[in-house]
Write a protein that binds this ligand. Sequence first.
Ligand SMILES: [Zn+2]
Length: 153
Amino acid sequence: MVFTNVYNPRSHIPRRHEMRATRVKQGATLGANATIVCGNTIGRYAFVGAGTVVTSDVPDYALFMGNPGRLKGWMCACGTRLRFEAEKAQCPRCGTAYIKEGAARIRDLYEVISRNASLKSCGNGLFSPVFLSTHTCTVLRIATTSPRASLKS
Ligand SMILES: [Zn+2]
């Protein structure tokens, strides 16, 4: 892949003082021949398709493709495409649950619960996330340990 470092380069004008930082966050995938224009951030576990030209920030877990790169969907941390129904998705491969927060952001439900809510056991391995905010959520199967722990083995 290609990372640019100056937004408006000219070969005969030194612009080293105009270099912009590019951030690639934990777990992001950058496809073959992707070009990342400087000054943008690739979010955690985002998936940038082969040949994509990234000209804007890429949200966490986003599937970004095209030129210019656009949001085409969402990917689980394990690399499986997510299908949302009623603002929720569960990865068919690893079981990680996600919720949508607006049109351009999703979050790992395990992280949301860890930060914002307490878990109430419903028996049979099911936990009901009890959100402290006005958010409500239907019962989803939540692993008792982080699903990422199993990805590392
Ligand atoms: Zn997954």
